[in-house]
Ligand binder design. Sequence first.
Ligand code: NI
Length: 148
Amino acid sequence: MDLTRIGVSIPSDLLNKFDKIIEQRGYSSRSEGIRDAIRSYILHYEWMSNIEGERIGIISSLYDHHKHGLSEELTAIQHKYIDIINSSIHIHIDKNLCIEVTIAKGDGKRIKKMAEDIMAQKGVEQVRLITIATTNNDTCLKNQTNMR
Ligand code: NI
């Protein structure tokens, strides 16, 4: 295996979380865990690139509603995609966190774009996207992924 050494700067709280996970999962080294994470990232990107055609999309976003301007930004995104959004549900998780679940129906690429727009907002901690093809001529009938 041809290995290249890289130097990466990572916030310490993020690295601590990562180290805990790789310890729990029994990785032999941090490098092995990072290689695996990069593979998952690439797989995820490739999967995202394949979302097309008519889809039903379920997007859940976890965010801190205290983050300045974030709620307004997320509302603006909902208005931008009003042509494909069927429904959205807001759940207050605790004093800070909220989950917004949005159900959309329409072009897969546009559903994906909406998920990416949400993901790009600072203060959004996690976005999950599930898509279901509405026609049978798609090999990728059902898919689920973690975006952040
Ligand atoms: Ni809330």
